[in-house]
Every structure is written in C-alpha cells, then in structure tokens.
Write a protein that binds this ligand. Sequence first.
Ligand SMILES: [Zn+2]
Ligand SMILES: [Zn+2]
Length: 175
Amino acid sequence: MVPPADLKGFGPEARPVGSVRVRGQVTNTGDSMLVEGQAQGEFAMTCARCLRPMRAPVTAEFQERFRRQGARPVDRAADRRPETGPELGDPPVSLDDDQDDARSYHGDWLNLDEAVREALLLHMPMKPVCAPDCRGLCPQCGTNLNEAACGCEPETVDPRLAVLREWGKPPPEAD
Ligand SMILES: [Zn+2]
Ligand SMILES: [Zn+2]
C-alpha cells in the first residue's frame, strides 16, 4: 500500500499538514478488489470558537471496491451486453448500483487518493476547537479571551432572546 503523496481538494478550511498515512489491505474478491483501510493525517484548520489556526489529527476508516477497467471479459452478468444473449449466471439484481460503487483501475495500480480524501472529509470535525476549554472571542469587542480579558460587561438579556421567550409561552386562551 502506497500512501498518497499529495492529496488535493480538501479546500481551504482543512488541509493536510505533511503526509497522510494510509494503511490497509486488499482482498481479491474475484471480480473486484476490496480495499479496507484507515487513513490518518494531521490537518490545519480554524478553531470554531476563537478563529485561530490550529491543527488536529483526523482518522478515517474506509472501504472501497475497485473493478478492473477494460481488461479481459469477465464472465459475469453485470459486464455483459444485452445482445450477448440470456445469462446463465448471476441474477440481475441491482447490477447498476453494484457497478456504480466500485471504482475502476488500470493495470496493477489502485488509486486510493479519492477514496482517502472522501473518507477524511467525512471525518473532519464540523466545529474544531483548538482546546476543549477554548474561551473563544468576546462577542462584543472580538478580543480573544484565551489571551486577554477585555472588561466588557457580559450581555444580560439579548432583546432577540426576549422575543423568543415570548414565543415560548403558551398562547392565552380565547374564551
Ligand atoms: Zn480556539
Ligand atoms: Zn470584549
């Protein structure tokens, strides 16, 4: 298994720092190759509370099937054209789905970049925080409260919240 050298397409929110480690095993299932593995990397992202750059490890399990493209004809209903006549083998059950979820490969090389990228993206934290006790930014003056106290008075009752409270009350009975 060769680690992807250069993963692209993570977007500006989260990009890999250094290389992403990929481990796994390939199983030849006859008509396709099943790759099961784990990808692990460190990613640069932005703390959702204080907006400072931070790094966090991301680990993702993945499972991917690869089907050889344009190789020898495979004796399988899924790969037959309708004009080759009636099939004797597998029942034609969800063959389209079956083909769609397998990636194709050429030669002896399985390109895992896309599978690894998708798996990692799925496992990115939605709201990463630089530390569990990150205090974030002051909503009034924007000071990073991890670094300094700003002396702003904490807001008492936000008028918008007051309105929400009104909505929360049961409506007065009409009669
Ligand atoms: Zn933070
Ligand atoms: Zn403040």
